[in-house]
Write a protein that binds this ligand. Structure first.
Ligand code: ZN
Length: 247
């Protein structure tokens, strides 16, 4: 089967790693903007976006993975004068990854500004949820989406845990299942798909700068195919992503 990894940070991986993804049947991937240290200049992010658009797409081609950039200001790398970056975030297939980490005032401001731009431009958003304080921050994230009437079909709430999946899906947003050490196991991803159905779920590996398995989406997808059938696996491992990202 062929797979779509909906959230990676390709620039944190080697060409050999990207080739490993291709060998596992991962045909396409969304590479999300993230800078591993807080940038001192807004232009740092603009050049990062150019790197994803030009260099990472080319590295993907070489390795056999079709890479689509998602551009945005991650809550852990908000630069001074962030407004300078905003006009560039519409150039990707999606705005991302954006969202809240600790949920402070600055994060909320930057998140809202990006959501408004995405809404105006009818662009899907990849929305991060943190490891710490996940339930509270997710609640705050959903309140912000609601307050600006952000279209449900344009938002994927990512890094779902069993504790937030129900609420996110009940509110009709998409949910991202990140199969990665420290996030979900394949079995946990399977359990969430089994409980809520495949309609609004998508698999990803969130592979990037930390330890992770390059073939996580293929492994989880195969387990889902085995236990819940190929159609279900195809929905969460390919079809929903194509529909959501319009690619
Ligand atoms: Zn990420």
């Amino acid at each position: 089967m062929k797979w779509f990894d909906t959230h990676i940070h390709s620039e944190g991986r080697s060409v050999e790693d990207l080739r490993r993804m291709a060998d596992a049947g991962i045909e396409s991937a969304i590479t999300c903007a993230f800078y591993p240290i807080p940038p001192e200049h807004p232009e740092t992010l603009i050049d990062l976006f150019r790197k994803l658009e030009i260099f990472e797409v080319k590295r993907g081609e070489k390795a056999g993975v079709k890479i689509y950039p998602a551009l945005g200001i991650h809550p852990r790398c908000i630069p001074p004068r962030y407004e300078v970056v905003l006009p560039a975030i519409t150039r990707g297939v999606a705005v991302g990854e954006i969202g809240l980490e600790e949920g402070g005032e600055a994060e909320v401001k930057v998140f809202k500004a990006q959501l408004r731009i995405a809404k105006e431009n009818d662009l899907p958003c990849i929305i991060h949820t943190p490891r710490n304080n996940k339930e509270v921050i997710t609640e705050k994230t959903l309140e912000i989406l609601e307050a600006i009437s952000f279209p449900e079909e344009l938002a994927v709430i990512d890094h779902l845990s069993p504790s937030i999946a129900g609420k996110v899906l009940k509110d009709r947003y998409y949910g991202g299942l990140s199969v990665q050490p420290g996030k979900l196991t394949s079995l946990e991803a399977l359990t969430i798909v089994e409980e809520y159905g495949p309609e609004r779920l998508m698999l990803n590996s969130d592979t990037g700068f930390s330890e992770s398995e390059m073939d996580a989406v293929a492994k989880a997808g195969s387990l889902i195919a085995e236990k819940l059938g190929r159609d279900v696996a195809e929905d969460v491992g390919m079809k929903n992503a194509k529909k959501f990202f319009k690619v």
